[in-house]
Design a protein around this ligand. Structure first.
Ligand code: MG
Length: 220
């Protein structure tokens, strides 16, 4: 069975920090199309702190590491994203409490716990044009697969997030700041969904997994 070590998980988080920091302006510009234009800066502010603290974060257990990252998110990620991303890391950390490595089943459970927490915290439903429109199909795909080939899983979940960009593009946002502009949010991609898809696509590139993206936002 495939397992991930704490150092491998920390490595993936470090790649995520680089993605978020590199896309600060792009994510804020996307958010500015229908929202208040703070998404990229909110996220990057927090992930700069995570990047700086990651080398010295407690790695005695996966849960302890993720709970520490959750605290940094809650404290340093601004806007509505702080509680959402903080809750995601906190629930994933609680689901992996005490583990020193993570099986594929456990990883799937952690993603499910993060998703459930984010739904409870943000109150969004599927189709409300938020990042859960990417996270739900990602979690379903993980449940369908056996995890014997993590590269295949990564390509498959990246495809789900990629599809979610175009499937939700013409929807009107019902949650978050974008909902306040109503119809103006139709025909713009959701920055949270693009954020998830961009992180996963960068993981593909970093780990040498072939993936040909469809959405324009991943083909820049
Ligand atoms: Mg915003």
């Amino acid at each position: 069975m495939t397992t991930l070590t704490i150092d491998q998980i920390a490595g993936a988080i470090d790649v995520t920090c680089d993605t978020v920091i590199r896309n600060e302006k792009y994510f804020s510009d996307l958010d500015g199309l229908a929202g208040d234009g703070d998404f990229g800066t909110s996220l990057a502010t927090g992930f700069k702190v995570i990047k700086a603290e990651l080398p010295t974060i407690d790695r005695s257990a996966v849960g302890a590491m993720l709970l520490k990252i959750a605290m940094v998110c809650s404290k340093h990620v601004g806007g509505s994203s702080g509680p959402i991303w903080g809750t995601g890391f906190m629930k994933a950390g609680m689901a992996s409490k005490g583990e020193t490595e993570v099986s594929y089943e456990k990883l799937t459970e952690m993603v499910g716990a993060a998703l459930e927490g984010i739904v409870a915290r943000g109150g969004a439903q599927r189709g409300d044009k938020t990042l859960i429109d990417a996270l739900i199909p990602i979690h379903e795909k993980m449940q369908e697969m056996d995890g014997s080939d993590l590269g295949a899983v990564l390509a498959a979940v990246t495809a789900e997030a990629d599809k979610a960009i175009d499937e939700t593009r013409t929807l009107v946002a019902h949650r978050g700041r974008a909902s306040q502009v109503g119809e103006r949010s139709a025909n713009t991609p959701d920055p949270g969904i693009v954020g998830i898809a961009t992180i996963l696509y960068d993981w593909c590139k970093h780990y040498g997994v072939d993936y040909a993206p469809q959405a324009a936002e991943l083909n820049r």
